[in-house]
Design a protein around this ligand. Sequence first.
Ligand code: GLY
Length: 348
Amino acid sequence: MDKMLSVKLKGGFVSSVYSSTTLSSVEKKIESYGKNAMYVFDENTKDIVSLDKDRCVVLPSGESAKNYKSIAKIIDKALSLSLARDSIFVAIGGGVVCDMTAFASSIYMRGARLSLVPTTLLSIVDASLGGKTGIDYCGYKNLIGSFYPAEEILICTESLKSLSEKEYICGLGEVVKHAFLSPSWKLYDFLCKNSNMILNRDLATLLEMIKLSLEVKKHYIEIDPEEKKGIRSFLNLGHTFGHALESITNYNISHGEGVAWGVAKALEAGEIVSITSDEYKSKAFALLSLYPFDTSLKVPSDMIEDFLKAISKDKKKSNGSVKFVLMKGQGEPVLMPLEEQIVKSIVL
Ligand code: GLY
């Protein structure tokens, strides 16, 4: 596999990202861990590579499996294999599988080794990098978790070919978000120039897009690895609006679709409060319009209270007010509260 980039996190810990175009090279790499490893899949990914079945755990698919039961299942398997602290937990799947395996490895004997093989675009460009782990609890997403970066992230573009269109577009939502947060225009220009190749999933183009996208995330998480300086929180651009939309649509709107919509709403809000220039907003919308995101979607008036309630539940709540990420310009996010009237005027 080829080294794509590495990221230096808290205490000098380095996460290395490798890429390949074939699943067989990923299989070869993770198989080489032999008796020192266990592998975690979900129902969707269990057959994409062929490994020693005794060392594999298969979790149910989907967000509803992101709970203690799944963590116990991973840990029980590690125990039954008599894995020691220097053993390696390997996750093969989307964000849910990666987050849970990472959390389980962070608490197993106070920390086992961790390798992630993210198989969806969303988990490749976001969840796998930066060490956020966790499970949902009492209706709150990722309420219980830890920061525990993987020592390696193995990306394989072949797995992107089999994603459903909805799942693929979902990942693109986070990529587009990174394009605005980037201090340079490189990713923005790349997404503008290559939209056809990207939408047709040309693998070489996707590899370059993933690298540019991860470089943006690297920029933010290296400065603020554990979201303590208010810098990493900028990666939540579009999330406050987006999570609320996901929630009121019972998750029929995917995370990335919600994020892309939320980015559009943050740009509109930024213009209203004179943070975002009309020129920057237009440039940003020009990129959004090249991809199948519905940025004009409105919240039905009979759902506005639920929408506002979902916003107030957002984890970026601090000192009693929800903070939104707005954009001053390219790569210049700011965090600020918005009046309810302004939120309503944008989403209704
Ligand atoms: N998904 C945003 C972050 O990793 O901080």
